[in-house]
Ligand binder design. Structure first.
Ligand code: F3S
Length: 418
């Protein structure tokens, strides 16, 4: 891989051992990915703070403390996704009932470990959809390094900025990323036309549609036509399931995606093959995501990806004046949590017996509530939790927010395909 003189000097240790290790990581990763060079990030970086994915290049919390003590900063605007390894609940942990997460000391220590990242400039948004509450977003064509399944298609397809799945300490500290895949024009063009032949109206429709398309196109770049006018909640859901049912990191909605004013522009000269998604495809995914044997439900999880403030408002309105019979967690981002407190929505949820939380999810906590049968309105959460419980059996019901809240109130699943 071509390196500039400055990059070579960093690799030789001129800027210290941690910068050297970060550069070594970017070079090894870039070469494995077939990148010819590194690009300078001129957009933003999104990190899962605390994670060290590749042990030989790991930067420990103590090393980050040392850097912060010397006054070192991230080279580019850096935002935090939910913390992982360990994941922990940012707000609402006191009532969660989980052994590790109910311990105030566990909570305090984890927050303390994130302090040096913040001193280096990381903005603590702590959410898988931090892009919904960030007040600083990249513009069209800017190069970024983001993480998270719903965020990657969001940055590429909705914002028109450019990112692979490589937001981490290393990209943020050096402000560089390997120049491959989504950073290059030719990989961003659509290769498959997806014609939606069923009307998409509800959040669940978009969640199921995203999954069906993901399964059908895997890692290709689809151009989506006939999908109506999704709102923000629906787009976020569609993104997360596109990149869970498949590996869609970029798509085009002609007229919405900045690079695709028209279908022709989306393909940029590529010859499209065409697939059609029908109501039957959505039904097939719905059936796949519903695999509970018993109708009794003991845990309901809402907020994957993290609910925005409108979603929290809708859920609280459905719960107002009711009492739940199951455990009910509603997850949002910490910013919307504060707004929900101000609006009295947390009180409504708590009066009903549910818990409003922020900053994580069961799939990231490595400990889950005691449960046998869960209900959720998110294809992505359904997929991850099942994997976490493997080879134990977890029964899962999947449906709309209304179906799930109904299950929480009655203790029974009565959702059905509509
Ligand atoms: Fe977010 Fe967890 Fe879902 S991190 S996207 S709530 S699996």
């Amino acid at each position: 891989m071509y390196l500039t003189d400055e990059e070579k000097r960093i690799l030789d240790g001129e800027q210290g051992e941690i910068a050297r290790r970060c550069m070594e990581f970017l070079v090894a990763y870039g070469e494995a990915a077939g990148a010819e060079k590194l690009i300078d990030i001129d957009g933003t970086v999104d990190v899962h703070p605390g994670a060290d994915w590749v042990p030989q290049y790991a930067v420990t919390v103590d090393e980050v403390r040392e850097l912060a003590a010397k006054g070192e900063k991230f080279k580019v605007p850096t935002f935090s996704n939910k913390p992982v390894a360990p994941g922990f609940i940012i707000d609402g942990w006191e009532a969660c009932g989980l052994p590790r997460n109910s311990d105030p000391e566990f909570h305090r220590k984890n927050l303390e470990a994130l302090q040096p990242y913040m001193e280096m400039g990381m903005v603590p948004l702590f959410s898988c959809n931090d892009y919904l509450v960030s007040s600083f977003l990249p513009l069209v064509g800017q190069h970024c390094a983001w993480v998270e399944s719903s965020a990657i298609p969001w940055v590429n397809a909705i914002l028109g900025a450019r990112s692979n799945f490589d937001g981490c300490f290393h990209t943020a500290y050096l402000g560089k990323a390997p120049a491959y895949d989504m950073h290059l024009d030719e990989n961003r063009r659509a290769t498959v036309l997806v014609r939606c032949e069923t009307e998409l109206k509800t959040d669940m429709d978009y969640d199921l549609f995203g999954w069906a398309v993901g399964e059908a196109v895997d890692i290709e770049v689809p151009a989506l036509v006939g999908i109506g006018k999704p709102n923000y909640s629906q787009l976020v859901k569609m993104n997360s399931s596109l990149n869970t049912g498949g590996q869609v990191r970029m798509y085009h909605i002609p007229g919405i995606t900045p690079e695709a004013p028209t279908v022709e522009a989306a393909f940029g000269g590529n010859k499209p093959r065409e697939i059609v998604i029908t109501r039957e495809d959505l039904r097939r995914v719905y059936d796949k995501l519903n695999y509970a044997g018993k109708t009794e439900v003991d845990f309901v999880y809402l907020g994957c990806p993290h609910y925005n403030i409108q979603d929290v408002y809708r859920a609280a309105t459905l719960l107002d004046g009711k009492k739940v019979k199951t455990k009910l967690w509603i997850m949002t981002n910490p910013s919307s949590y504060q707004v929900a407190v101000r609006m009295g929505l947390r009180d409504i949820i708590e009066k009903a017996g549910g818990i409003l939380m922020s900053g994580t999810c069961p799939g990231a906590l490595l400990e889950t509530p005691e449960m046998q049968v869960m209900a959720t309105d998110a294809a992505k959460q359904n997929y991850y939790l099942t994997g976490m419980f493997y080879p134990e059996k977890l029964d899962v019901w999947y449906g709309s927010m209304e179906d799930c809240i109904n299950a929480a109130v009655t203790g029974k699943w009565s959702g059905e395909w509509r």
